[in-house]
Design a binder for this molecule. Structure first.
Ligand SMILES: Nc1ccn([C@@H]2O[C@H](COP(=O)(O)OP(=O)(O)OP(=O)(O)O)[C@@H](O)[C@H]2O)c(=O)n1
Ligand SMILES: C[C@](O)(CO)[C@H](O)COP(=O)(O)O
Length: 395
């Protein structure tokens, strides 16, 4: 478990995302189950995992997989901090029930059940479901039915027109208080209900609708897959962000710069480990996607981040980019100090930053300069770092 998840979990497993990915994808066809096909450079399953992993109100993520898919799962989940996957069953409903059973010992308050086959999940869809769970036992994203609905006869003729008033198309993630949905799924075992709201409805409890999103469509057929692929065929959008950070020098025998411990005659003072380099890089990434700054995501007033290793912050910033379906193109960092000398540590810093973000080292540049003994960096009172990040978002 990383420090990031540890931090999230200190308040208990309040809200868990359960992603069902044990289906075979027969309607799409092909060699691989659809959730492991590549979309925008990463497996379809990974898209929603990245979004849940980056959501501040999701404490943990568990995936339900087919036992044959373990190697595919490992590849799709690489670098993400998730609970151990569990095996699913023959039908979606079985997979959800087995996933819920696996969570019982963790006693979460709420669970958000999501189809791996809905890769374009966004934070705001999740937010609306979570908000509705404050006052309801169940909430699902849905869209009003816009087309006229026909009932067909066996020969393909129209047998009638169905009144569409009050009809909604159900999406996921479907959110529930854990106890009621666990009991409802046990009671409904063996039936073939197509969503989890129907399972809770069967117990007489109310499930409310929250606004879904057209983009949050399920990939069911080959045509759906091609439509999803077209989202990534545009030129994309290049974004650039800038970050700057300073920490004062203080007593100590080392500094941490770019995630690397460097022996020194002084330390750096800060709420976290005072790693100016990773802070500037994280802010540059946040800036590129207009996601605020490090203080917004990790307030210095929050005791959880006291002494925290700053790779938590950088990984979070990278996770937000991934949750948008984007990727980091390159990072450029400049450290400003007289001492310690950065040159001997440059390669280690490049390697560590690349490792934290899952990038190749060729996308990370680390430079250093003195300020010619001028100013606070020149007098050795503090260290400064500047960074730029280039990010590619889907067009
Ligand atoms: N036994 C099953 C069946 C489905 N699912 C999951 O439930 C979601 C929605 O199901 P669907 O789109 O019907 O997927 P498949 O069952 O894989 O599709 P098909 O019916 O075409 O085989 C998918 O993420 C799928 O992996 C599951 O976990 N276990
Ligand atoms: C749960 C669901 O995504 C709601 O729309 C949908 O019912 C699952 O698809 P399936 O084809 O019924 O498994």
């Amino acid at each position: 478990m990383t420090a990031d998840s540890e931090g999230k979990r200190q308040g208990g497993l309040k809200r868990v995302a359960l992603v069902v990915a044990a289906g075979r994808g027969y309607r799409v066809g092909g060699q691989l189950p659809k959730q492991y096909l590549t979309l925008g450079g990463r497996p379809i399953l990974r898209h929603c995992l990245a979004t849940f992993a980056a959501h501040p109100d999701i404490s943990a993520v568990r995936v339900v997989i087919h036992p044959d898919d373990r190697p595919l799962y490992e590849q799709a989940a690489r670098g993400l901090d998730l609970l151990e996957p569990v095996p699913g069953g023959a039908e979606r409903q079985d997979s959800v029930r087995l996933g819920l059973e696996s969570l019982e010992g963790l006693a979460p308050d709420q669970v958000l059940i999501h189809d791996a086959a809905r890769p374009f999940l966004t934070m705001d869809v999740i937010d609306r479901v979570i908000a509705a769970l404050d006052t309801h036992a169940g909430a699902i994203p849905a869209l009003p039915q816009a087309d006229t609905l026909k009932r067909a006869d066996d020969d393909g003729g129209i047998a009638g027109t169905v009144d569409r008033a009050g009809l909604w198309r159900a999406q996921t993630p479907q959110g529930f208080r854990f106890g009621p949905i666990m009991q409802a799924h046990r009671a409904a075992a063996g039936q073939t209900l197509t969503d989890d709201a129907a399972v809770l409805e069967a117990t007489g409890q109310t499930v409310v609708l929250t606004p879904g999103a057209e983009d949050n469509a399920k990939i069911t057929t080959l045509e759906d897959l091609h439509r999803a692929e077209r989202r990534f065929q545009g030129p994309g959008e290049i974004r650039v962000g800038h970050g700057f950070d300073v920490h004062a020098c203080g007593p100590g025998d080392h500094v941490v710069l770019g995630g690397v411990r460097i022996p020194h005659t002084q330390g750096l003072v800060g709420h976290s480990d005072a790693d100016v380099a990773l802070h500037a890089l994280a802010d540059a990434i946040y800036g590129a996607i207009a996601a605020g700054d490090i203080g917004r995501h990790f307030p210095p007033t929050d005791a959880r981040w006291k002494g925290a290793p700053s790779d938590v912050f950088l990984r979070h910033a990278g996770g937000l980019v991934e949750a948008l379906g984007g990727r980091i193109v390159n990072l450029d960092l400049t450290l400003i100090c007289e001492r310690p000398k950065i040159g001997p540590h440059r390669a280690a810093i490049v390697a560590r930053v690349a490792e934290i973000l899952g990038l190749s080292g060729g996308r990370v540049s680390v430079k250093a300069t003195t300020s010619e003994r001028l100013g606070f960096t020149g007098r050795g009172e503090g260290l400064a770092a500047q960074a730029t990040a280039t990010v590619m978002l889907p067009g």
